[in-house]
Design a protein around this ligand. Structure first.
Ligand code: PRP
Length: 212
C-alpha cells in the first residue's frame, strides 16, 4: 500500500499554476478546488496530500521532511540555501533578480552603496563577487519606495514586467540571475520515493515538451 506523497504548494497564483501541472500528470486532488480556507487536501485514490504554505516557507517544510516535495521560486531557494534537492525547472513564474535604481545611478563609487532588499543573502553575494562595499537595508515589501525616499541608493528585487520600476521612475541597472519555479524534494524522501518522484519529473518534462 503506497504512502501518501506530501506536497507543499506556495499560496497564490504560482501555487495554483503548479497544481494545474501536477493535476495534468495524474496527481490531482479535486477537493483543492473548493473555495474554503482549508490548508490541507488529500486524495486517497492518488495517495497525494497537498498543503498551502507561505511561499517563503515551502523549503522549510521540505527540508524538515514535513513535505516530501514542494514548489518554490528560485529566488527563495537562493536566498535560503535550503538543504534540499532541486529536481526540475517548472518553467512558470519566470522573472529575474536585478539591481535597480534611478537612471544613471553609478554603482561603483567610493561610497558604501546602500541596498534595500528582501533578499539580503543574494544581494550580499552579488556585490561581494564584485568586491563592492555595501550596506543592506532589509525590507519585506514595496522595496521600490526605498530609493524614491532616498533611503537607499539601489534595490535588489524581482523584476517581472518592469512596470513597478517604471511607475516609480526606476529602471533595471544590472541583471543578477533569471528566476522561475522549481520542484524540490526532501533528500531522504527522494531516496525513499524515488520511483514515484522520478516518474513525476519525467511526466512534467514530457508535458513541457508537448506544450512548447
Ligand atoms: C514583486 C517585486 C516587485 C514586483 C515586480 O512584488 O518585489 O515589486 O513584484 O513586478 P513587475 O516587474 O511586474 O512590476 P510583489 O507583488 O510580490 O509585492 P511586494 O512589494 O510585497 O514585494
Amino acid at each position: 500500500m503506497a504512502e501518501y506523497l506530501n506536497i507543499a504548494l506556495p499560496k497564490g497564483r504560482l501555487g495554483e499554476k503548479a497544481y494545474d501541472i501536477l493535476e495534468g500528470i495524474g496527481f490531482g486532488c479535486p477537493s483543492i478546488r473548493e473555495q474554503n480556507r482549508k490548508l490541507v487536501f488529500e486524495n486517497e485514490e492518488n495517495k497525494v496530500r497537498y498543503f498551502w504554505v507561505k511561499p517563503s516557507d515551502v523549503a522549510v517544510y521540505v527540508e524538515r521532511g514535513a513535505a516530501d516535495i514542494g514548489i518554490v521560486g528560485k529566488d527563495i531557494l537562493l536566498e535560503q540555501s535550503a538543504d534540499v534537492y532541486e529536481l526540475l525547472d517548472l518553467g512558470i513564474g519566470k522573472c529575474r533578480m536585478a539591481v535597480a535604481g534611478f537612471k544613471g545611478t553609478r554603482l561603483n563609487t567610493e561610497r558604501t552603496l546602500r541596498v534595500a532588499t528582501k533578499f539580503p543573502n543574494i544581494a550580499r553575494e552579488y556585490f561581494r563577487r564584485q568586491s563592492m562595499d555595501i550596506e543592506i537595508i532589509k525590507l519585506h515589501g514595496s522595496i521600490e519606495i526605498a530609493p524614491v525616499l532616498h533611503m537607499s541608493d539601489v534595490i535588489v528585487d524581482i523584476v517581472e514586467t518592469g512596470t513597478t520600476l517604471k511607475e516609480n521612475n526606476l529602471e533595471p541597472l544590472e541583471d543578477i540571475v533569471p528566476i522561475s519555479a522549481r520542484l524540490i524534494a526532501n533528500k531522504a524522501s527522494y531516496q525513499f520515493n524515488h520511483a514515484r518522484i522520478q516518474n513525476m519529473c519525467d511526466s512534467i518534462e514530457a508535458l513541457r515538451k508537448d506544450t512548447k
